[in-house]
Design a protein around this ligand. Structure first.
Ligand code: ASP
Length: 461
């Protein structure tokens, strides 16, 4: 079967299309062990699993059908022509703020027509307006596609290009910036931008979607509406991540770019602020700050763009029984920096110590973070921690491991002088190191509160 007829299908779902000789855009009646379903077979994104077909029912809802339940297929016709995002001219209202959407790829860029369920890359302002007409009530939107990659392919080159593009937009007078991005590494890019774009006068809002827009449960449109509202109207002029707050679509959360992390592989409410509280909530009505210690919006155009990155930096997740040869190998191939995510307060096993000593003696910058994510590195508590520090490891307070990795790459990109690197690393720039963490923040939703006890009872019947 041609690629057009099987678009996005693979594995068992592809075999089913071939076995029953039907394909994408066919109007079919599927007989399954769970009953009969009539609808149009939609193309799929390559992110979707390989066991389901997506059927658009006449009600407008999309359903996933497990191919193992299908017993017969009757083809009634084909309806491709209906599934195109209408490209409407984005209306310009001089009284509304001007927002630029810079696209890098990810699910949010793959499809955005949440009403028709089309699987079409939507990116021009016209396409976005066709798909999410509410955007025109918020701002004057212009768009630029910088890359079209899934976010595991983002890296130093992309970070720098993005930082420069943001600098240019700020210089040109934009009121706010939205960065469309895959969710998987959004928190890495958010911290790269937080270090590379300092003192921004306008909000820089990263957004993505966990569920593609041909699914009724897609978060693409709402996240985009929230992010655009933030870029257009928020007083918070920082690098933020804007994604679903609770599991419902009640509100979005704005997380500081250096304190956020993707915490669930598939839930829409996956991004959580770690070691702190989120900056704000956002609804269609606007942004409600949850705290006041943020950089406020300004009208000047002063911004520092610092697009540097040394890519011979690595993040080493310690595990018991790590052998020293791993560290020797990293040094031998020329790495200049290592961030270790250690156990507990910041530990690694004794056999690794000599390798660490060799590495620091060879001029490799080594920084310690904690695997626990919440809490601080404390290397004075045990002798082992003191020993490690004597060997040259530098603790990074409560910087998240990924953030420390990005910051070390950024700092070593500017200078080889390890004292200067240390001063950059340990001087907080945008919330990556904080004086204290909310002491019980990590307990939220883990029990001990009446509503959580109720929840526990429901889960563990
Ligand atoms: N794998 C995708 C990415 O990060 C997932 C997403 O877009 O949410 O690019």
């Amino acid at each position: 079967m041609s690629d057009e007829r099987t678009k996005g299908y693979r594995g068992e779902s592809l075999e089913t299309l071939e076995a029953f000789s039907f394909g994408v855009w066919d109007d079919v009646i599927l007989t399954t062990t769970r009953g009969e379903f009539r609808g149009i077979i939609l193309p799929r994104s390559e992110f979707d699993d390989s066991r389901h077909l997506v059927l658009k029912l006449s009600t407008g809802y999309n359903v996933g059908i497990d191919v193992r339940t299908i017993t017969a297929v009757a083809i009634k016709g084909s309806k491709e022509a209906h599934y195109k995002i209408p490209e409407k001219e984005f209306p310009v209202s001089p009284d509304k703020p001007y927002v630029k959407l810079l696209g890098t790829g990810g699910t949010i860029a793959s499809r955005l027509d949440y009403r028709t369920g089309a699987v079409i890359p939507a990116f021009s302002p016209g396409e976005l307006y066709g798909a999410v007409p509410e955007l025109a009530d918020i701002c004057n939107l212009s768009t630029e596609k910088l890359f079209g990659v899934f976010s595991e392919n983002m890296g130093p080159h992309e970070y720098k290009t993005l930082a420069r593009a943001i600098g240019q937009e700020i210089e040109n007078g934009i009121d706010g910036i939205v960065v469309g991005h895959g969710t998987d590494t959004m928190h890495h890019t958010a911290s790269a931008l937080a270090f590379m774009v300092q003192n921004s006068p306008v909000p820089i809002v990263m957004v993505g979607s966990q569920r593609s827009s041909d699914r009724p449960s897609s978060d693409a449109a709402l996240n985009l509406i929230h992010a655009t509202t933030t870029a257009a109207t928020s007083d918070i002029a920082e690098v933020m991540v804007c994604m679903f707050g609770p599991t419902s679509d009640e509100y979005g959360l704005l997380h500081r770019g250096t304190r956020v992390r993707k915490m669930h592989s598939s839930y829409r409410s996956t991004f959580r602020t770690i070691g702190d509280t989120p900056l704000a909530t956002v609804t269609r009505e606007g942004v409600v700050p949850l705290r006041s210690d943020y950089n406020p919006r300004r009208t000047d155009r002063e911004v520092a763009i610092l697009p540097t990155f040394e890519d011979r930096v690595t993040l080493l997740y310690y595990y018991p029984n790590m052998h020293p040869d791993i560290i020797d190998a990293i040094v031998d191939v020329g790495y200049k920096g290592i961030v270790i995510a250690g156990t507990g307060l910041g530990h690694v096993n004794k056999p690794v110590y000599p390798a660490i000593e060799r590495a620091t003696a060879a001029g490799v910058a080594i920084y310690m973070t904690v695997q626990t994510l919440w809490g601080y590195v404390h290397m004075f508590v045990y002798d082992t921690g003191r020993d490690l520090m004597a060997k040259g490891i530098i603790p990074t307070e409560n910087m998240l491991p990924e953030v420390a990795y990005i910051k070390l790459g950024w700092a070593l990109g500017q200078t080889d002088d390890l004292e200067k690197v240390k001063s950059l690393m340990l001087t907080p720039i945008c919330g990556e190191i904080t004086e204290r963490e909310p002491h019980d923040g990590y307990l939220v939703f883990q029990g001990g509160m009446p509503e959580i006890e109720d929840f526990m009872k429901r889960v563990h019947k």
